[in-house]
Design a protein. Sequence first.
Length: 642
Amino acid sequence: MKIKWRNSISARINGGMIGILVALFVMAALSFWMTAKFNTLSQAVADVHLPELAKSSDLQLAIKNIHRKISSLTQANSKIENRIIVQKIINELAQVSAVLKKLTVDKYSRTMTVMSKELLPIVNSYSYEVDNFQDKKAQLRNKVSLLDQFYSIQLKTQKVNNERASSQLNTLYIIARSLGDLPTTFLFKQAQEKIEQIIKQLKQQHFNATELFDVIENPGDGIVAILQAQSNIKLNLSVLNTQTNVIIEQLNSTSLGKVLFLKKLVASSSEILHRTSNQFNTFLITIVLLTSALTVALMYFFHQSISKRLMIIANSLGPRENQTVLEQETQGTTEISIIAKSIVKYIGHNEQQNAKIQANVKQLTMIIENSSQAVLIYCQDKIVYSNEYCNELLDVNDFSNTDIVSQNLLIAIDTMTYQDRLKVGPYFFRFFATDIDWNGKRSTLVLLIDISNEVNKEKYLIKTLKIVKDESLTDTLTGLYNRRKLELFIEQLPPFEYALIIADIDFFKAFNDLYGHGEGDLSITKVALAIKQSLRTKDDLAVRYGGEEFLILLLDSTLEQAEMVADRIQNMLFKFNIKHEKSTLNQLSLSLGIAHSGELDEENWQALFNIADKRLYQAKSNGRARIVSRDDDTFSVSEKLK
């Protein structure tokens, strides 16, 4: 279907856009005109006043740099450093002269040119005096070094029998050595008079120290003469420094006056620019407001002719009775009318597809309802669907409160992880879950396969096997392992070091005869408890080997560690303090024999057992209550107790 261009919505939109473009072109033309005017004024300021202000500011900074470098001359430590600083000052003065030539000739520039020329000879004089001062410092260091040498020679070669002369020589050296550190001229004169007095007294005593005296008081190059020359140089530097400061201050004052004068000119020009900028902003705001008003008018037109009609079409996509308005919109030749016709056609096709989907859903619902597996759908913290098998097995349905649903099931649904064995109440299931869309909401589809009979059979078999295994490997009286467990353990003994301890209760037959078999069994259980509490890790094996005989196997153990375990077992038993009147200790004790796998060249369990048994017999023979771990050594616990 053809659309008449004049009646189309596109023509109306294009007409509005052309109006906006015209407004934008007008705003752009005004902007260019105001920008040109603003740039003309800005250029007048930038080309005349600002360069002068920048040069004057640079000139003032250069003058401050000259002042700082002149002040640093007195701190120079060598002639080379002095010449470097002087050269920098001369360079700065050259820059000042270059800047002055570029400035507009006025009273400020003429004054600064004269003063900068006066400053150069003062700087040269300053440099000359600093060089003299450095020379005097070097001479002073040499003289002080000679003073130290001559004083040392006097101490080594002269034999001063007069204690007074010796004391005066020492005083003379100290005063002369410290002359350079005196802070005032008055103290320096006092020290000089003291030196002259001491030298005079020493000469009267015919004291031979001519070279030492010459180093101190020689009028040409003695220490006193050098320090006086340094004092004169400092005075000259002070005068030159005063002259320099006067000129620098005048230069600073003049350059500052120039800067302030130029700042006033710039401020005046900036005020003119500010007024021009305000006018420019007023024009722009006016144009923006006009353009905005035109845009709002176009938006209202678009709303009435396009948006409002589109909303009518959107609202008509609901119930069947609302589609009458949509059919009315199909009457016309505009783009919206064509869209309305396409929507009506799509709605008819969609209704046919929905009918087919509903038929398929009914078939699928029948299959799920009659399934032999539990199926449920969980949405927004509640069960929204469950089939008949799920209702019968778990007693839940779409009316169930989640408070009565198993927490295991809710956690599994939340995490949505496959579980091979999920317990829900008395039942066990294989659990599957996946995300689905249910009535337009994100939901979780859950499939539960009942495996309760398989799990119960498995549990029964495991429990039966565990009972049989525990009863066959454990001693019923002590809870320790029996010999059968030891034999199984020896068959799979690991290939690393281990230790073997055999323990036997001392005088056990006499204990049974005296206290009865009931007390005898009780004492055996306490020995077993002492052994359990003394083991290092769960890998250590404790066995009741016979009636009152025990065997401890320590894996990954040294002989010293086995001795410590044996000692700990004996001490633990002593803490129980089991009375035994027939024993030499008046309490129940153990005899222990220890053997280590490192004692044999090859693995031979029986040979190692025989070594430990032999050492147990040795402990019995040597008085009992002993630990034997080596063939030539025994450890008596009774001796330790004493």
